[in-house]
Design a binder for this molecule. Structure first.
Ligand code: DI6
Ligand code: FE
Length: 420
């Protein structure tokens, strides 16, 4: 069978010669940098990684996929997105250029609430059709797992619609999708002045119903002056805990609410944004093993100047992930590699930190550390072959759209052109 000509063929066989990106793989035998390496895939799983010269005899007769000496990384993981929504908000971009702040726009009825209106008006099929090309752009750049949040529906029916679309996208594209319920994203207009009533609805009706339908992998809250208080956040966390669901938090983005410390007390998978994170928050995250998710696209779009406390996170050994935060308001970003670049340039991450941030640590932020984010025997076959000499190029080029080969869930999802 000539599987090389079928872009959706099984990835089973030997992938060689390839070069392994330092720090992002576990080999069965030592592989020197630049040494031709081999990845063996059987039944959709990586079964061996090591020097090409040392492939065990048992695998010697498997068909070979020409790896063209490309650099291999694990599939990328985008661990924080709001990918499913109606409409867009380019008008707010213009408002901000004219001097309005994100908080000004939110208080004037724009912001999240305007996306809520468009999302409520859209059918499930329309939301799917709108999100699909956005997802495709991320996938074409090597994303093999992605988190998608609700939070633009803000009622049981409309949050359900968003989460169902997220699940459908995963099935349609053959990509791992983790859904996060973000019912506590903003106060819906019909609950104006009745924040507590809305949080009661989230905790007592929306979350239990959606969890029972198998639509919720994790629970998130926007804890902020313009969103929900620390006490309201804790109420949602308690409801999640009662259902056995892991939590995450939009924490300390615009101000320090000490949300991170609260989230850490609930064993949060991640605290995200964290520009205003305090020393106390860092200590709590460190103790709880909570991942710090950095979102340079939102920082950039909002022209924020408060850089997250990278040096302190690094010193404390808190794992740092990097994500697009794709959303129509504050981060219309569709390139995870560009986010890696921004994390280096704007936040001063090192290249290895940025690459771990879009692979290993991002997988950890989703509780997917056993399936994604590391190239190792026993894992599902999710990896990318990049036409670059040095791993640093993945964070160096701006908007390069590299011609990569992508293996996703054991299938060849994209194949690079033959190299000279
Ligand atoms: N923080 C964000 O970056 C997004 N949500 C949130 O809580 C922004 C969402 C939006 O503006 O639509
Ligand atoms: Fe977000």
């Amino acid at each position: 069978m000539n599987f090389e000509s079928d872009p959706h063929a099984s990835a089973d066989g030997r992938w060689q010669p390839v070069r392994l990106a330092p720090g992002l793989f576990q080999a069965d035998q030592v592989v020197a940098e630049q040494e031709p390496a081999c990845i063996v895939v059987q039944q959709g799983r990586v079964v061996w990684v090591g020097p090409q010269a040392a492939v065990p005899a048992a695998y010697a007769s498997l068909p070979v996929h020409d790896g063209q000496q490309m650099l291999v990384t694990p599939g990328l993981v985008d661990c924080h997105t709001h990918l499913v929504y109606g409409g867009e908000r380019a008008n707010e971009f213009a408002m901000r250029l004219a001097g309005a702040s994100y908080e000004d726009i939110a208080r004037a009825g724009g912001g999240i609430v305007s996306s809520v209106q468009h999302t409520r008006e859209a059918t499930e099929d329309a939301l799917f059709a709108a999100a699909l090309p956005r997802l495709q752009q991320l996938l074409d750049e090597g994303v093999t797992a992605i988190e998608i949040k609700s939070g633009y529906g803000l009622s049981l029916a409309h949050e359900r619609k968003q989460l169902r679309v997220a699940r459908r996208l995963g099935q349609a594209c053959g990509v791992t999708v983790r859904t996060t319920f973000l019912g506590a994203h903003a106060l819906p207009p019909e609950y104006a002045g009745r924040s507590q009533d809305y949080i009661d609805l989230v905790c007592q009706q929306m979350l239990p119903a959606l969890a029972a339908e198998g639509l919720v992998d994790a629970v998130d809250v926007f804890c902020e002056r313009i969103a929900f208080s620390l006490a309201e956040t804790e109420q949602v966390f308690q409801a999640a805990k009662a259902l056995g669901l892991p939590v995450k938090l939009h924490a300390e983005q615009l101000s320090n609410m000490e949300g991170a410390a609260l989230a850490a007390r609930y064993g949060a998978l991640s605290c995200d944004h964290i520009e205003h994170l305090s020393a106390q928050g860092i200590a709590a995250m460190c103790q709880a093993g909570t991942v710090a998710v950095l979102l340079p696209g939102a920082f950039y779009t909002l022209r924020d100047t408060q850089v997250p406390p990278i040096a302190a996170l690094r010193a404390a050994g808190v794992p740092m992930a990097v994500s697009t935060d794709h959303n129509p308001g504050t981060s219309p970003a569709l390139s995870l590699l560009l986010m890696a670049n921004m994390a280096c340039t704007l936040f001063r991450l090192t290249v290895p930190e940025a690459l771990a941030g879009i692979t290993t640590h991002a997988a950890q932020a989703l509780g997917l550390q056993d399936e994604q984010g590391l190239l190792a025997a026993g894992r599902p076959a999710n990896f990318v072959l990049w036409p670059v000499q040095h791993a640093a190029e993945l964070a160096y080029w701006l908007g390069a759209k590299p011609d990569c080969t992508i293996v996703r869930q054991g299938r060849i999802a994209r194949r690079a052109a033959a190299r000279a």
